[in-house]
Write a new protein. Structure first.
Length: 262
């Protein structure tokens, strides 16, 4: 299969950032398309058709939040869209408000996770997601689990980081989105890379691998349902292009394990 790659990254993915590395996100452009839009959207279409259960899950109690997220996204992609919406490449996509995450998966490059905090609970729970591009985790294992369960077995996600992330999810305000990034060298450039939390990491990955996989992870609060949205824009860039753009020393490796939602 031909690798689907970006040529550049709009932030320095090799910069050393203290966890969790959160910063304010400009409200406009959070669903921006990039130079790999066509290839990524074709892959998303394939996965949603052939592997829907692997890439999309939604709890009954999260349907209203997913529908609100769809409307928020439509306002940014094609304001006033009705039965159809026009995405970044000009293609018209049917808007099915009874399948909000499936519609989102065909409209944007970004993956979306919905997290809600049940009454009396200590943590937010993953109640829905369209996750076409998992990086070393599986939606099936994380669906309906709290934040600490989602991050198992990430070594860097200790009790101190877990507490800070939960405070972040509690405190994020509607209209004031946040973002961070991660980055890890990968030998395999495939976008769909599920891996069980019980399986060992591929030893071929490492600081000398040929591709850098980086995620721009965006966190926002939906104003009506109050659900938290974790949106992921995945970029995979050839090593030579990363070093050409950022001039980083060869072999430099930073970031937390790619794909972890914090």
């Amino acid at each position: 299969m031909t690798a689907i790659l970006q040529k550049t990254v709009p932030y320095n993915p090799l910069a050393e950032v203290k966890l969790p590395g959160i910063q304010p996100l400009p409200a406009e452009g959070w669903l921006a398309a990039d130079d790999a839009f066509a290839g990524q959207m074709a892959e998303r279409e394939h996965l949603l058709s052939a592997r829907r259960e692997a890439v999309l899950q939604l709890a009954p109690g999260a349907i209203a939040a997913a529908q609100e997220l769809l409307e928020v996204a439509l306002n940014g992609i094609d304001p006033g869209a009705g039965a159809f919406a026009v995405r970044a490449d000009g293609q018209r996509v049917a808007v099915d408000r009874q399948d909000p995450l499936g519609t989102l998966g065909r409209l944007t490059q970004q993956d979306f996770c919905l997290l809600q905090k049940p009454e009396g609970a200590a943590e937010h729970v993953l109640t829905g997601a369209v996750l076409c591009f998992p990086a070393s985790w599986t939606l099936a294992e994380k669906f309906m689990r709290p934040l600490t369960g989602i991050h198992q077995p990430v070594d860097s996600y200790g009790s101190d980081v877990a507490a800070r992330v939960q405070r972040l999810f509690d405190g994020v305000q509607a209209g004031r989105p946040l973002w961070r990034f991660n980055a890890l060298w990968y030998q395999d450039p495939a976008l769909f890379q599920p891996r069980s939390q019980f399986a060992p990491r591929d030893k071929s990955h490492g600081s000398r691998a040929g591709y850098l996989r980086t995620e721009k992870q965006m966190i926002l609060r939906l104003p009506q349902t109050r659900a938290v949205v974790f949106a992921i824009h995945t970029r995979v860039v050839a090593r030579a292009d990363v070093l050409r753009q950022w001039g980083a020393p060869d072999g430099m490796q930073t970031g937390v394990p790619a794909g972890t939602p914090a």
